[in-house]
Design a protein around this ligand. Structure first.
Ligand code: CP
Length: 311
């Protein structure tokens, strides 16, 4: 359980105490990945089903690795090779899989709310691995973990999230997570990509990209999501790169020790230049590494673990 929840659907409803507990547990989990034999028997006999209806490299692989490092059985479901291709509904598919007694279903789906539908109907725990433009809670948690690891704290930091806020489930989870943990969150991007009323989520809309960067401790660059028609909200990718791309000159506005983050996959030369993505300020690959530890912690806590990791 995470607090009183047997599911992890979003970070809106996850308390600071529960976030802290997940991050603390993930610290212990990270050590396991440094061992010569990167495996503990903690979740032996548990089954985790990865139910991905959208493409994924980082999230799917890291959930599978996380489950295996804890000795759970990990089963990967590929939508295109399943009976959904014959017209079976999401709920029927999920209920059939639930009949095989998994402990956790991890779902990614293009429809916002799909994980919640499963949570209401299945006996097992459900983890949202990204639903439409809604939430991607484990990405938010690994972003929090990465910043806390590097900065030693989250409260009082200036965190600027730049780009296609409207279509970004990562932005929503990061906004929930960072504001809950006491950071000051700014958003910036083309006006077509900033939802009206976003301030209600506790963020400030920066007057300009430069204002968002000034004195920032953390800069989170978002991907232009061409598969969600982001391209129709901007004149051209070239102009987007010119006005909202992070380059060396703009990065000088941030604090000298600022962290540059990106959830991936990167559109190099569009939202971020290659010298920044691969430069010393970038913690993009640390985010990926920490994704395994955070997902180990989430699977462990949801399947009945306490916050003490095992030897
Ligand atoms: N950050 C993220 O969700 O990446 P994937 O789409 O590769 O899982």
């Amino acid at each position: 359980m995470i607090g009183n929840n047997r599911h992890l659907l979003d970070l809106d409803t996850t308390s600071a105490e529960d976030i802290r507990r997940i991050l603390d547990t993930a610290e212990g989990m990270k050590e396991i990945s440094t061992r010569k034999i990167k495996k503990v028997p903690t979740l032996r006999g548990k089954t985790v089903v990865n139910l991905f209806f959208e493409p994924s490299t980082r999230t799917r692989t890291s959930f599978e690795i996380a489950a295996k490092r804890l000795s759970a059985d990990a089963v990967n479901f590929t939508a295109s090779a399943s009976s959904t291709a014959k017209g079976e509904t999401l709920l029927d598919t999920a209920k059939n899989l639930d009949s095989m007694a998994p402990d956790v279903v991890v779902i990614r789906h293009r429809f916002s709310g799909a994980p919640e539908i499963l949570a209401r109907n299945l006996d097992c725990s459900v983890v949202n691995a990204g639903d439409g433009c809604h939430q991607h809670p484990t990405q938010g948690l690994l972003d929090l973990f990465t910043v806390r690891e590097r900065k030693g704290r989250l409260d009082g930091l200036k965190v600027s999230i730049i780009g296609d806020i409207a279509h970004s489930r990562v932005a929503r989870s990061d906004i929930s997570g960072f504001t809950t943990m006491g950071a000051e969150v700014f958003v910036s991007g083309p006006s077509t990509m900033i939802p009206t009323g976003i301030e209600r989520l506790g963020v400030r809309v920066a007057d300009s990209f430069e204002h968002a960067l000034e004195g920032a401790d953390v800069i989170i660059m978002l991907r232009i999501q061409l598969e969600r028609r982001s391209g129709s909200l901007i004149p051209t990718l070239r102009e987007y790169a010119r006005f909202f791309g992070l380059n060396r000159e703009r990065l000088r506005l941030a604090r000298p020790d600022a962290l540059v983050m990106h959830p991936g996959p990167i559109n190099r030369g569009v939202e971020i230049s290659s010298d920044i993505a691969d430069g010393p300020e970038s913690v993009i690959l640390d985010q990926v590494e920490n994704g395994v530890a955070v997902r180990m912690a989430v699977l462990y806590l949801l399947t009945g673990g306490s916050d003490e990791t095992t030897d």
